[in-house]
Write a protein that binds this ligand. Sequence first.
Ligand SMILES: [Cu+2]
Length: 182
Amino acid sequence: MIDTQASRVRAGMVTGAIALGLAGGAMMVPAAQAAQPAQVPFVTYSPATHTATVRLIAGLTSANSGYNFDGGAKGAVRITVPLGTKVVATFVDNVSMPHSALIIPFNVPLTVTPPAPAFPGAASADYRNGTEKGDPASVFTFRANKAGTYRIVCGVPGHDVAGMWDIFIVSRVARTASFQKL
Ligand SMILES: [Cu+2]
């Protein structure tokens, strides 16, 4: 009788140990899920300061053979800001090909060498030559003080013609900045 009870006790201890082990393993699942990095939005807007942040990443994907901003080319990306917004844009080149970003009026025809920016300061550093992967990000700031439709183009000769352009809208009615990819 005594031996049998002792056996039952020992059996119970083993069962408990297994249960604790399973519980410990299950607790690791939420920790792994929490390790996923948060996705940073391409566009944010602060109503208090009328400021929009815009991320322009050249060659983010292989779309249009890498001649794209944020994965969109030939107008597939559409960024809208309210009239009067202070735009703080960060340009980064994700590929080894030199690229840049500047904003020009929409109705300017495709040219090998783009015109000056539509707004003072609305261009990344050295936009005619561009930067490459590994170069520092180029932060440029401008005031979107004239309503209308514009294009975001790469200023490196030939790239606008190759389709490296998207759409930038300064809106009288929009209450916030937005990012749309068709
Ligand atoms: Cu380019």
